[in-house]
Design a protein around this ligand. Sequence first.
Ligand code: 5CA
Ligand code: ZN
Length: 417
Amino acid sequence: MLTWPAPQIPELPGEGRPIQVRDSSTGELVVAAPGQDARLYVCGITPYDATHLGHASTYVAFDLLLRGWIDEGKTVRYASNVTDVDDPLLERAQATGVDWQDLATDQIALYREDMTALGVIPPDVYTGAVESVPDVVRAVEALVAAGAAYRVPSVDAGDDYYADLSVDPDFGRVARLDAETMRTFFGERGGDPDRPGKRHELDPLLWRAARAGEPAWDGGTLGAGRPGWHIECAVIARDGLGLPFDVQGGGNDLRFPHHEMSTSHARLLDEGHGARTHVHTGMVGLHGEKMSKSLGNLVLVSRLREQGVDPMAVRLAILAHHYAADWEWTDTVLAEAVARWERWRAAVSGNGGPAADDTLAAIRAALADDLDAPRALRAVDAWAELSLSGSVPDAELVEGAPGVIARAVNALLGVRL
Ligand code: 5CA
Ligand code: ZN
């Protein structure tokens, strides 16, 4: 699948620090990538109602991680997917009388434009669910052969295939939830706990047999059908990054069941290996509720762009919140970001300015400490205030310092001034 143009990342003086993130499985701070290679998988969009501020916030968060790794001098590999066939997409296409493929194509194009405007680093490996079908089929066949998957006959079609969670002793270690919460989330988030014939109510769908009116692909020994959601990400991450990889990311609505299940599938496909660390972002809300396609309470990045809002101000509005926190999008949040962006631009416009070294070190330290963007923003605010105040004696102004700040803000925070 085509990605989008990569932003230019300026060189910076000095060296980055090892980036630590909070592993949402354990609550511990851990070094995000202990080796020289740093490998990230972030769950991509299901292409409708793209790109709302919740999506943008999640992708900007992981973009900071990539920027931190690049600053550390790591060899970075980033993979992501597009869930370009799944129930919610098909349901939306049906409800609006649009061909599901046209809907997906248009929304992926819009998403690419939004990511380009926001200066988000594109994935090195970008794979659609449809593109991954042959690999998913082989993976499900392998799970069947290993006794980790089974058939469930359907009344209206051929056999569906489900993962047998009982063969995975580590199931549950990603989200660490009690049985009742798991069942509730599974039912609310795309699962089918009441499907007759399953061995366990939480067993997730791997392959759905072709139904009348639904798209289907050749499934080899599985019969025609389409992939389940979690196996799609397990296979795309495995093939794009190899197993194990460093960080699996997404919004915290994906912790369970999606990341629990996809990690379980990956482990069973590759001798116990999955993602080393799970990182989850908080939810962006609007008017007191999670911004979501199902509620329709959306602020779209493209709509803001149409209204003339600079995407860098949108990016600053996102960065003013720690990635792990839930937060609300409001007009005030946007107005404050626009004001900050203008202040920063004014502050870097001169040739000489207050010394930049401590500010650069403070930005790096903030990012290394669980991607603390709000703290990094405060460090730049302090420098900008000093620069604009005119209180630094001429003899102490450093030539080129505003340029260092502008490059640091661009390279580390992705904000072009
Ligand atoms: N295609 C699947 C993942 S494989 C999916 O969840 N797609 S999505 O379009 O619904 O969401 C894309 C990403 O945005 C996910 O990481 C999701 O957790 C995140 N996301 C969705 N809504 C919000 C929100 N309100 N705030 C923050 N992140 C959100
Ligand atoms: Zn996913």
